[in-house]
Design a protein around this ligand. Structure first.
Ligand SMILES: NC(=O)c1ccc[n+]([C@@H]2O[C@H](COP(=O)([O-])OP(=O)(O)OC[C@H]3O[C@@H](n4cnc5c(N)ncnc54)[C@H](O)[C@@H]3O)[C@@H](O)[C@H]2O)c1
Length: 291
């Protein structure tokens, strides 16, 4: 059997888009999948579809932003399918628009779903992975918005940069444990994000849905990659232990512009604070918390 056949995965945001693509790829590879999502109705439909296709799945209704729901959700998944060894922290929303137009409630809502929930997922499952031993893997879905700034997406960009940083530290901290870490940074993917996020944001604000935003975002996303193909790419990358997973080459010049600005900033100033020992320690491979 080729890993992860016979393993159990827990996928958040599994009722749609990239999460569903990942779930389909896992089922095709012979893994069991706990499908976790806030949308119970779609979850039931997806669970039926995957079961009819011969998959072993469980529908787990979960609001990832509610820390109090996670342990019970993990218990339900493991009672139904067995011990989980793959965690996909994938659920996400965008919202808020330009920073000056973003309310604190919307800002916090985006951070809670996009990054805090990835931390809670790890806090829930990592002790289980360690207690059981053996190969395990954690993947967080970030975005190109985790590598490149995008105007009108301030709350989203902040959450996705955080997801990339969180995943980098987690990778370093778990090195040599048999628990791999990946971060997925997709470009445009043809999902329902242009509908699910504005609908949820309108509900949060008690406001009417802005149909023009839904139409504009959905038209843009419709030009994107097939989420099932992204799911297959993700599974191949996880199998290979790849850390940073990129879906679209077209973003490279933009990422390079960010890096070039950072590199320039190191040469275009006068060093006046002496030697920074922390940087020297990191450069020589000594982990900072062992110093
Ligand atoms: N579609 C893209 O172009 C794109 C690009 C880069 C990154 N992403 C990221 O991919 C991930 C998946 O998004 P998608 O594009 O597949 O969108 P999608 O809307 O099709 O799927 C997201 C799923 O997450 C669920 N969800 C939302 N809030 C939740 C919550 N609080 N608890 C549990 N589930 C919740 C939704 O119900 C939905 O089923 C997100 O993190 C998103 O930021 C998407």
């Amino acid at each position: 059997m080729v890993w992860p056949a016979g393993e159990v995965a827990f996928v958040t945001g599994a009722a749609s888009g990239i999460g569903l693509g990942i779930a389909r790829a896992l089922v095709a590879a012979g893994a069991s999948v706990a499908l976790a999502d806030i949308d119970g109705k779609r979850l039931a439909e997806i669970a039926r579809e995957l079961t009819e296709a011969g998959g072993s799945v469980a529908a787990i209704e979960l609001d990832v932003s509610d820390a109090a729901q996670w342990e019970a959700a993990a218990d339900r998944a493991e009672a139904a399918l067995g011990p989980v060894s793959l965690l996909f922290g994938n659920a996400g929303v965008s919202g808020g628009g330009r920073i000056e137009d973003t309310t604190l409630d919307v800002w916090r809502w985006v951070q809670k779903i996009n990054i805090e929930a990835q931390f809670i997922g790890v806090a829930t499952f990592l002790p289980r992975f360690k207690a059981r031993g053996g190969r395990a893997h954690i993947l967080n879905t970030a975005s190109m918005a985790g590598l490149v700034p995008m105007v009108t997406q301030g709350a989203y960009v902040a959450s996705k940069f955080a997801s990339v940083g969180f995943s980098m530290v987690l990778r370093d901290e778990l090195e040599g444990t048999g628990i791999g870490v990946s971060v997925l940074c997709p470009g445009t993917v043809a999902t329902r994000l242009g509908v699910t996020a504005p609908e949820a944001e309108a509900k949060l604000l008690g406001a009417d849905l802005d149909v023009s935003i839904v139409e504009r975002n959905s038209a843009l996303l419709a030009t994107g990659a097939d989420p099932d193909q992204v799911g297959k790419q993700v599974l191949d990358a996880v199998r290979d232990g790849q850390f940073l997973i990129i879906t679209h080459r077209e973003w490279a010049p933009l990422v390079e512009r960010v890096h070039a600005e950072q590199s320039r900033a190191f040469t275009e100033f006068e060093g006046r604070h002496g030697v920074d020992a922390t940087a020297q320690m990191l450069a020589s491979g000594i982990h900072i918390d062992q110093a």
